[in-house]
Design a binder for this molecule. Sequence first.
Ligand SMILES: Cc1cc2nc3c(=O)[nH]c(=O)nc-3n(C[C@H](O)[C@H](O)[C@H](O)COP(=O)(O)OP(=O)(O)OC[C@H]3O[C@@H](n4cnc5c(N)ncnc54)[C@H](O)[C@@H]3O)c2cc1C
Ligand code: FES
Length: 344
Amino acid sequence: MTVHTVRLEPIGIELEVEEGETVLDAAFRQGIAVPHGCKEGQCSSCKCKLVDGDVEMLKYSTFALPDHERDDNHILLCRSQAYSDLTVELLNFDEELLSRSIAVKEFAGKICGSKSLTHDIRVLEIELEQPIKFWAGQYVDITIPSKGVTRSYSMANPPSEGRQLQFIIKKYPDGEFSSLLDGALEPGTEVKVKGPYGGCFRRDGRPGPMVLIGGGSGMSPLWSILQDHIQSGEQRPIRFFYGARTDCDLFYLDEFKDITSKLSDFEFIPALSHNNGGDWGGETGFVHDVVQRRLRAEGLSGEIDAYSCGPPPMIDAVMPVLFGIGVEPERFYYDKFTQPAAKE
Ligand SMILES: Cc1cc2nc3c(=O)[nH]c(=O)nc-3n(C[C@H](O)[C@H](O)[C@H](O)COP(=O)(O)OP(=O)(O)OC[C@H]3O[C@@H](n4cnc5c(N)ncnc54)[C@H](O)[C@@H]3O)c2cc1C
Ligand code: FES
């Protein structure tokens, strides 16, 4: 089998890529965490510059890598197969991501059950044979062999529960995976879980404020981050913004009330984009506008760490708002819940 060497600059780390393997998969296999998101050429998180060598790119979205960037030797690591030794310059190199790398492995497990949180949000519970090590906020690929489907989902439980995993999942009526959640997945159904993936994990030991911004099932990794923070005993101001259409889409309200009474400086701020009248006394509008209004008015002091997960348009809207209020780009961690790439 042909094997090529890939040198990652500016860190000077080398890895081996086998024939038919993407550079990103090779890095995961060797326990080297480089920036990534969807792993499918949809999100651009793994974009970098090819300094030397030849690659072939698998199918990708031109939103993630426009033609002018491809012409300028930019590549997506998740879509690149090596045809010679390569030198690649990482554009968003994150030292903490690298130092906390966990080698990706496959775990066997079974479905324990699922329950409803709202009309279209479910919690799926999976028990693994062996515990998985992960950081709060990371995700895995879940395969259901009997149904032939694999999708990415973020753990909602904290890393202290490495065998009993929970996932908050939004149901799409014609979704190949999510439509199975109401009845088609019997307890005991075998699953394969591969991971962990993702760089949107809780950074600990930081005293500045933590801002969490989610929409829909984007609650899943943020809930894990919040539980992990509580278990750590660390103290820092936390503002948790959550975008929903109407109050029927809200859940965990009692749990948030309880957390508010226990943490010294915590606020949960739900925002309804389609408030249907009623006696809602909270924030209305799109969540990024609410983040802007509230954080500008409050003027939190200290270096902010911001985490955001959910639909890609929400994250694209939140990003300039956070930068506008002074969040450093390297302290903004996010996972875009992109749809799987269209099958070829
Ligand atoms: C890094 C990452 C982490 C993720 N974490 C989570 C998570 O914790 N919880 C979670 O619920 N999802 C998460 N997702 C999304 C998840 O992987 C699936 O894409 C999603 O569940 C849809 O899969 P499906 O098989 O049900 O639908 P598919 O069969 O893939 O899609 C069928 C149809 O459903 C509709 N649909 C599917 N996805 C969307 C969408 N995003 N927006 C609008 N319509 C859609 C469309 O009509 C689509 O044609 C994550 C994705 C990524 C990349
Ligand atoms: S485009 Fe490569 S990880 Fe999303």
